[in-house]
Design a binder for this molecule. Sequence first.
Ligand code: MN3
Length: 212
Amino acid sequence: MFNKIELPYEYNALEPYIDATTVDIHYNKHLGTYEMNLNSALESWADAKNYTQLEELLKDPSLIPEGIRQAVINNGGGVYNHNLYFSILSPNPKKEPTGKLLQAINEAFGDVTGCKNQLSAASVSQFGSGYGCLVKDSCGKLFIKQVANQNTTLGEGLTPILNIDVWEHAYYLKYQNMRKDYAERIWEIIDWARVEQYYEGQGCGNNCHCNG
Ligand code: MN3
């Protein structure tokens, strides 16, 4: 069983940037459905209990029995991507990154504004449903990626640490066709403290044998 995170704020807490109805439907119905479908697909697979991290399966889908593989990729990706998305949003965000993450951002994008602009642009230009993602490799180097649908970059060895959901369900009630406004205003509620945790918590650490 892999579950959705507990929402760390009230439905209306992200207003005026994201409205309460959108958060409610997005979290309970959209994410809730991915969670239900993922766990229902996994019921038929006894060895699923050997995996405690959803990342392990999304990183190497060949581990998953063929009959449920695509269902786990789609719905497991849906749970994984939304757990990241809802957890990096906050009504009381740390507005700017600091420390190692700031250093990595400056190296990759020049400065924080460059990072934000590139990630917003990638989110706006993602054709159809998907996400703009800030990802890190095993050495802590940062990149911006687009993923379609509920795919992830885990299979490429890239761990997302911040994502912007650009499925229409994430913004349409408030922003309608103005995806760009949503993908720019969302910076007001992105909590860099959480992103820093994701940047430092996984990956490199003491196990890094790279030169970077
Ligand atoms: Mn969504």
